[in-house]
Design a protein around this ligand. Structure first.
Ligand SMILES: [Zn+2]
Length: 73
């Protein structure tokens, strides 16, 4: 089984310091550089997917043309 490719850390943008840790049966993507902790999940692959989704959501907010431009058309 192959796992989805992990996106870089949303906090420090580092892709080399991401690891998956098991806390009480929950897998989390964690950045050992800045201590970012991704969403917990029961499986390895889903912990990565949730982390990636989180990353996409943050990127979408950042790149949205409406972000921070309240009142402009
Ligand atoms: Zn980080």
């Amino acid at each position: 089984m192959t796992y989805p490719k992990m996106k870089p850390c949303p906090e420090c943008n580092d892709a080399d310091n991401l690891n998956i840790f098991n806390y009480d049966g929950w897998r989390h993507v964690e950045c050992v550089k800045c201590n970012y902790l991704g969403p917990g999940c029961a499986s390895f692959a889903w912990a990565i997917r949730h982390h990636n989704n989180d990353m996409d959501a943050r990127a979408a907010i950042r790149s949205s043309p409406d972000h921070g431009k309240v009142g402009e058309t």
